[in-house]
Design a binder for this molecule. Structure first.
Ligand code: ADP
Length: 149
């Protein structure tokens, strides 16, 4: 049984995130989606709604949890062998590379990167939040808009 840990804020979960999860099913039997909770960083969409929403999208091959520890510790606690991250562009790569190398250095856990589909490479939760705050229709970009709040 191969299990991977997919960490993120998922505030909200977008079609870009969904595409990474779907691709990862080719490599892993089970995906644990870890929603990182930071007491200093307020989220826009309620945590419980995000958990229920993401869980409802996938059958029981995906488990959604929240964590407020180091990602490598949450990864180990949930018995995952690897961390999964999505890459949209070179900026993502530069940022992710440093974290991934550090994570391997301190825990031995490797990170697997998957490229975003071109259709979704412009999608970022931060932009979706901005659109949502200003009343724009975000339903094209998120997996199921009406369950967000
Ligand atoms: P974080 O705050 O940790 O970056 P996000 O929820 O923004 O959390 O993203 C979680 C993961 O999903 C990251 O690996 C990020 O690069 C990836 N990701 C975000 N948006 C997309 C997208 N449109 N396509 C592919 N991967 C994405």
């Amino acid at each position: 049984m191969k299990r991977v840990f997919f960490p993120g804020s998922f505030d909200p979960f977008t079609k870009g995130h969904e595409s990474i999860v779907l691709k990862a099913f080719d490599l892993f039997d089970e995906i644990i989606i870890g929603i990182g909770v930071n007491s200093k960083k307020k989220s826009m969409f309620p945590l419980e709604k995000r958990i229920n929403h993401i869980e409802s999208l996938f059958e029981n091959k995906v488990k959604v949890i929240s964590y407020n520890s180091l990602t490598i510790n949450a990864c180990k606690n949930h018995e995952c062998t690897h961390i999964l991250r999505g890459l949209r562009d070179a900026n993502d790569f530069e940022y992710e590379k440093t974290i991934a190398l550090m994570n391997t250095q301190i825990s031995g856990i490797e990170t697997i990167f998957m490229l975003s589909d071109n259709t979704y490479s412009f999608l970022a939760s931060s932009i979706i939040r901005e659109l949502y705050l200003n009343g724009a229709d975000i339903s094209k970009f998120v997996t199921n808009a009406q369950k967000l709040n």
